[in-house]
Design a protein around this ligand. Structure first.
Ligand code: ASP
Length: 450
């Protein structure tokens, strides 16, 4: 396996996992073998990525902000980053709305399928709605209050609190810029070194990626098929138009919107970018989690695409938390699909509300599997569509989640490239450092610590 490039190794793992899953179903092998002896390796792999996500966000953002050097440069880069994230998200939501209004997938759903789905998934919806019910009891400004953690160690203990870690890291970084250099330097050096340690750990974990991906996909297929595989396929077929609408939207983001943004702002060829980011995309697909993928996204953007650590360690952790183009597109399509299927006509005002709420909901969604569907409830409530309608779309959600997570991390990486280019990096396109993933220590002149 050594000489095969890492993305190919992951693809091989993915295909073998898929084949293994299909063979298991075809020959009706006992699924408990896969669940008990294969799935744990997938969980182990995801856990190791998640294990480093919170420390990585903390260390890299502190270093990122502190290395930017001065407050005016920080506000310029910060302004660009947030504006680009907002523009891409609103573009994604609007694209979703246009597609779902043209294709009208909700009108294609036979009444009988609709009733079946509602009775099959009704109870699942209740549990998601309960989580949100708690949230709704709070005031309208609660999301703002939630950005500031009561206790940073508490926040760091839960990967879905990433926004709180981002907030703390930003403040520490800004404060580091404003204290005397002599005092700030050792702190920055500490986090800088810590950051490199984590990136090294990512390389170790990546050596396991092909096996982890194999285990994840094999167990996913076996679990999806459940007791009655024909039923799973029937539902998928019934929801084909809905799924297709989302997939077309995601493809347009990846093949039209981001390339256009590259043409406008960078000298980098989009194909080169795409090649460099592939391993992260494959992991996003296999893990359905942009937080878990973040360490790899950062590695690829720095090592393969030549963006400075200064920019990537500021733009990417922020993006993994607040920028989810795939999720926001999905939320707009899903909300209108449910309304169409329930025979409700949405006014222009309601569609505009979707743009606003889906943008906010995607900012609030954590980068973990299934977060998008929970936040969809906010969008539905804002436009007055019954939340129970979510039952209609739960069946293909896992697969769509995998696809939208790919777009989520591609959007973050694309914006990072644009910010880097507009800051004068990558003037001639890509300069690859191309450090291969190895277990060898890196040569470094100040490695010797006395
Ligand atoms: N799984 C997505 C992510 O981690 C979030 C979602 O859409 O559910 O980016």
């Amino acid at each position: 396996m050594k000489r095969i490039p890492i993305h190919l190794q992951i693809i091989i793992g993915l295909i073998l996992g898929l084949l293994f899953g299909i063979v298991c179903i075809q020959f009706q092998w006992d699924p408990s073998f896969t669940i008990n002896y294969i799935k744990p390796f997938g969980t182990l792999f995801i856990n190791s990525l998640k294990m480093i996500a919170a420390p990585l966000v903390l260390a890299s953002l502190i270093v990122g902000v502190a290395n930017i050097g001065d407050i005016s440069r920080l506000s310029r880069i910060g302004g660009k980053t947030i504006s680009l994230y907002l523009i891409t998200t609103v573009t994604a939501v609007s694209l979703g709305l246009i597609l779902v209004n043209i294709i009208k997938p909700g009108n294609q759903l036979p009444l009988e399928t609709r009733e079946n789905l509602m009775s099959l998934y009704g109870s699942d919806v209740e549990s998601s709605a309960n989580v949100l019910g708690e949230l709704k009891k709070q005031g309208p400004l609660q999301p703002l209050v939630d950005i500031v953690p009561e206790n940073i160690f508490d926040a760091a203990s839960d990967n879905s609190n990433m926004l709180q870690i981002v907030f703390f890291a930003l403040i520490v970084g800004v404060a580091l810029l404003q204290i005397p250099k002599k005092k700030g330097k050792p702190v920055i050096r500490f986090f800088d070194g810590f950051n490199d340690v984590i990136i090294k750990i990512v390389e170790y974990i990546m050596l396991l990626a092909p096996y982890g991906v194999f285990a994840l996909i094999a167990s996913l297929i076996v679990e999806l098929a459940g007791d009655d595989p024909s039923q799973a396929f029937e539902i998928l077929y019934a929801l084909l138009w809905y799924s297709l609408t989302i997939l077309i939207g995601l493809a347009v983001m990846m093949l039209v919107v981001y390339p256009f943004m590259f043409k406008l702002f960078t000298k980098v060829k989009y194909v080169d970018f795409f090649k460099g980011i592939r391993p992260a995309q494959l992991l996003a697909f296999s893990t359905s989690s942009s937080s878990a993928t973040l360490p790899v996204t950062m590695r690829q953007v720095e090592e393969e695409l030549g963006v400075s650590e200064e920019i990537s360690s500021f733009v990417l952790p922020l993006g993994a938390t607040i920028n989810m183009d795939g999720t926001s597109l999905y939320q707009s399509v899903a909300a209108v699909f449910i309304a169409q299927a329930l025979g409700l006509d949405l006014s222009l005002g309601q569609q505009l509300t979707i743009i606003l709420t889906a943008t906010l909901a995607s900012i609030g969604s954590a980068g973990v599997p299934g977060a998008g569907v929970v936040m969809l409830i906010i969008v539905l409530e804002a436009i007055g569509v019954p939340v129970a309608g979510i039952a209609l779309i739960l069946a293909p959600d896992r697969i769509l989640d995998m696809c939208r997570t790919v777009v989520n991390i591609t959007g973050d990486a694309a914006v990072t490239m644009v910010v880097a280019s507009t800051e004068g990096e990558l003037p001639e396109g890509l300069i690859r450092k191309g450090n291969p993933i190895t277990m060898m220590p890196e040569e470094d002149e100040d490695r010797e610590i006395k």
